[in-house]
Write a protein that binds this ligand. Sequence first.
Ligand code: COA
Ligand code: MG
Length: 290
Amino acid sequence: MDISERPRRSALYLPASNAKAIAKARTLPCDMVVLDLEDAVAPEMKAQARAAAVAAVAEGGFGHREVAIRANGVDTEWGLADLAAIAGSQADAVVVPKVDSADDIARYQVALADAPAAMRLWAMIETCAAIPNLNAIAAMAASTRLSLWIMGTNDLAKDMRAQLTPERTPFLPFLSLAVAAARAHGLAILDGVCNEFRDLAVFEAEARQGLLFGFDGKSLIHPAQIEPCNAVFSPGEADLAWARAVIAAFASPENQGKGAIRVDGRMAELLHLEQARRLVAVAERIAAVA
Ligand code: COA
Ligand code: MG
């Protein structure tokens, strides 16, 4: 399966310094694994985590899961060494934190000049400075490895001095602006993490909010969050039944040449046909990795 067609419902972070978590990730039903060198790793463990992440990718065993490594920022004391090590690995992507501007993406693109051609650049959107620059950052997808954004809601809350409650009220405008900018430039986009890993009701409500806002999936911090996340971001039976009905209706002889038709008492236009085809394709991709 082409990487761009893989399901991206669930992206599990883990500290690359935690060997047990890496071993466990190879067995978990997440679509993506992000081996973290940044926030989840203490300064004295940075070098060890970097070596462990690269070794884990070389060892493999992640199956259908996309595997990314999150580097420390290019301006930190670890950033350039992280990027050089990741560029020399077979990771599917490098995740870069705290991207403020299109210039930041350009700098990462240069730092990854020697990386394998297939390696993607995934950017964290998690600073106040990024908000007015969303369109310019997303537009870099046309000329760089950039292909996906991950919202960093914990860092955004810190930077804004806003409170990250289950409703996420202060962040809702930015979540929708980010989704719109990402879609305008063909990027995939994942929602931020939910810190409440023991309260799966809170988690599920937040995941549903992310689905409502148009995210492809959500970033996760704990194995217990994977199955509820996959369930939320998998097309539901009712939606699939509607999609199949729309596809069938547009294919029927009496509807040839029509742009708007009636399906089960609702209006369906050609744009709904496109949505329906996409939903069925997403469900097929999920079935292919199940
Ligand atoms: N990935 C893989 N395995 C994980 C995991 C993760 N993110 N989080 C926990 N586990 C494993 C534990 O190693 C443990 O394994 P075991 O049963 O074989 O011993 C099991 O799942 C249960 O863990 P639990 O005791 O419930 O959690 P904890 O108290 O050990 O850890 C956290 C809690 C939050 C510290 C841990 O989940 C974590 O490090 N999460 C990721 C943090 C991160 O990467 N942050 C950066 C992005 S925001
Ligand atoms: Mg962070």
